[in-house]
Ligand binder design. Structure first.
Ligand code: ZN
Length: 525
């Protein structure tokens, strides 16, 4: 069990663990039946199998996807994905990630719209990352160091070891949970009391990674940094930040610090790994620092800071001493002012700040910063977003067209362009690109949702209903997906000959798939 889950996720983990325990118990009582239904098992009592752990993880994130704090921000998601995929590739190349685990686990990072500084590993290769943590990092290397550390917990199977330890060390408790779950099918109220009692016990014990596990995650994570293209000093930068927050006694908004109590030993260990004479913190390339400053600024705005904080931040570029701030700081403040104003529906203020930001970057003393395509791309996406929010769809499309060559094929561009076309009542022009995207990325729930809107705008109701169903399926909500597919079937029947028969037969097939998945889930319960 990961130690630094938010309270809500912890409850979800408990429920999922309960489901898993039932699966294991069913296996003990009736092996042939469970083999037929493919129940998750706890193996032969030693290690939690990777398939079982993945299914546990899927159950957990199905709940997290429903959490209003879950956020799919295409720009942040794209950036974090870039870091995450580099680390995964390094782990593969170094033999830290076996082909089996690579295939079985999800390797997905979920962003949380939360101001607190937190990140956590979940069962099955899922990672939770709060925007508050992204917002306090100064370099991509610092953010990468957190991802590398959490990734290493997963690679070293620390999560599964904790889950297995739970099973070993509290057999009575798990037994109670299993009985409670079995009782639940007859009497939900009785089961609830047992689960609540069980949760209290579970939370008290053995939920933290051990010091050895933390040290191992530091060591493996550190080793991944350079091969993944990051400065290993990011670890030190992050440690220094954590230590500073510790001194300020700021634990409340830094849950990461609570779950990773910073022993001077761990910090010293990291410092010792840096070759003598290496400058700490100043090694990241200048353009990367500017790009990261804008990304972190975006995370701070999207982390739900509240209107008062937002207004304060928007005013920062007018404050005295502003001009003497370092360039990344000024760029970040202008980005916050632009995006924040847009969120407060002040289009004029947003445009003015974005224009100022553009000028600041163009005139950067370092030519690499002035012409960095990644930074220019972020500015273009920001402009498009501001225009879209202002209802100026044509201006948004122009901003997207003006993106640096080669940087207009990403997911943020696709989603923004489709939204702008929808707003301009030209939905049809965006349909094909989006259709191709979901064919290649069937787990992209946001893209499916947008495709539903596009189809609806074109009067293709059946296609819209199917896309809505796929959006639910992509987030493991098979019941909701089945509902929509059934609605699609009804619609097809009522529409008769007017309906697209390919769409109708896809809906039939997909409904059967959902029903089969639902039966599997019911068997696990
Ligand atoms: Zn850790």
């Amino acid at each position: 069990m990961p130690p630094f889950l938010c309270r809500k996720a912890k409850a979800v983990v408990q429920r999922a663990l309960l489901a898993l325990a039932v699966g294991a118990c069913a296996l003990a009582w009736a092996p042939p039946a469970s083999a037929q239904t493919g129940l998750p098992t706890l193996g032969d009592g030693s290690e939690l199998g990777s398939s079982a752990e993945r299914r546990l993880g899927d159950r957990i994130i199905r709940e997290l996807y429903r959490d209003p704090d879950y956020i799919d921000d295409p720009v942040l998601e794209d950036y974090v994905q870039g870091l995450w995929q580099s680390l995964l590739a390094a782990a593969r190349a170094r033999g830290e990630l076996s082909a089996e685990l690579d295939e079985r686990f999800a390797w997905e990072v979920l962003l949380g719209r939360d101001r607190s500084v937190n990140a956590f590993a979940l069962p099955g290769g899922y990672l939770g990352l709060h925007l508050g943590l992204v917002g306090v990092t100064s370099t991509r290397d610092e953010l990468a160091s957190v991802l590398a550390h959490e990734l290493s917990h997963v690679l070293q199977r620390h999560v599964s070891r904790l889950l297995t330890a739970q099973k070993k060390q509290t057999p009575l408790l798990l037994g109670a949970l299993v009985l409670g779950a079995l009782a639940a099918s007859k009497n939900p109220d009785a089961a609830q009391a047992l689960v609540v009692g069980g949760r209290a016990l579970l939370l008290q014990n053995q939920l933290n990674f051990s010091r050895d596990m933390e040290r191992e995650a530091d060591r493996i994570g550190y080793g991944l940094m350079a091969p993944a293209g990051f400065a290993p000093q990011g670890f030190v930068g992050m440690f220094d930040k954590l230590q500073q927050a510790n001194r300020l006694n700021d634990n409340g908004s830094w849950p990461y610090l609570r779950s990773h109590p910073l022993t001077t030993e761990r910090s010293a260990d990291m410092h010792a790994r840096i070759p003598p004479g290496t400058a700490i913190g100043a090694t990241a390339a200048a353009p990367a620092t500017l790009e990261h400053a804008l990304v972190a600024a975006r995370a701070r705005v999207l982390a739900n800071p509240g209107v008062d904080s937002l207004r304060q931040w928007i005013a920062e570029p007018q404050s005295s001493g502003w001009a003497s701030q370092p360039l990344p700081h000024r760029a970040a403040a202008l980005y916050v002012a632009a995006l924040g104003s847009s969120q407060l529906r002040d289009a004029a203020g947003a445009r003015a700040a974005a224009q100022k930001l553009d000028g600041l970057v163009r005139n950067a003393p370092d030519a690499r910063q002035a012409s960095d395509p990644a930074t220019r791309r972020l500015l273009g996406l920001l402009n498009a977003e501001i225009e879209l929010a202002a209802g100026a769809a044509d201006a948004a499309l122009q901003a997207l067209q003006a993106l640096p060559a080669g940087s207009d094929t990403g997911r943020p561009e696709l989603l923004l362009r489709t939204r702008a076309l929808l707003q301009a009542r030209r939905a049809g022009e965006g349909a094909q690109a989006l259709q191709t995207w979901v064919a290649n990325h069937p787990k992209d729930a946001t893209a499916w949702q947008l495709l539903a809107a596009v189809a609806q705008a074109q009067g293709q109701t059946l296609r819209a209903v199917r896309a809505e169903a796929e959006a639910h399926a992509a987030r493991y909500d098979y019941a909701a997906a089945a509902d929509r597919f059934k609605a699609g079937q009804d619609l097809a029947r009522r529409s008769g000959a007017a309906v697209d028969h390919i769409d109708a037969s896809i809906i039939d097939t997909r409904l059967r798939a959902m029903e089969s998945l639902l039966r599997e889930q019911a068997a696990e319960r």
